[in-house]
Design a protein around this ligand. Structure first.
Ligand code: ZN
Length: 163
């Protein structure tokens, strides 16, 4: 298991557009494994490659239903709306209220470059949108309604998650 350093907002890698993965190499597979390790170690539900300083279109997600690897993800469809709290491993200790689609359908390749489609609702839909935004250099703070708040406040609900 290898942990990678998570870049914090302000790091230029978080503001860049990532390149598609054209072939799966041992090195890229290792990156994916490290991203999963790093996400679990940080108790996150999602992590995008630029968050560990690699400008490739790769995200990993686990909303409690097992690991999902999305290589070159493309959102095909969204519907509905959900408004709720969102955080990011690149902005630790803070969260904000963001409105996202309640349903997302995404096309991606897996770690063997096999194409598949995935549908997600609620937290999974939120995580897919949040992570795909990272691949285009977008942080969730752009969409926050009102102010960011400090998640170390005593009335903060610890069940909430960071991506
Ligand atoms: Zn994030």
């Amino acid at each position: 298991m290898a942990l990678r350093q998570i870049r914090i907002m302000g790091d230029e890698k978080l503001e860049k557009t990532c390149r598609p993965v054209t072939e799966m190499t041992p090195r890229t597979k290792e990156l994916i494994r490290d991203m999963l390790d790093t996400m679990y170690d940080a108790n996150g539900v999602g992590l995008a490659a630029p968050q560990v300083g690699i400008l490739k279109r790769i995200v990993v997600i686990d909303v409690g239903e097992g690991p999902i690897v999305l290589v070159n993800p493309v959102i095909l469809e969204t519907s509905g709306e959900q408004t709720g709290q969102e955080g990011c491993l690149s902005l630790p200790g803070q969260a904000g209220i963001v409105t996202r689609p309640n349903y997302v359908k995404v096309k991606a390749c897996d770690e063997n470059m096999q194409e598949f489609e995935l549908e997600g609702e609620e937290l999974l839909a939120r995580a897919i949108c949040h992570e795909c935004d990272h691949l285009d250099g977008i942080m969730y703070v752009r969409y926050v309604e009102g102010e960011l708040f400090d998640t170390s406040d005593e009335d903060y609900d610890e069940d909430e998650t960071e991506e």
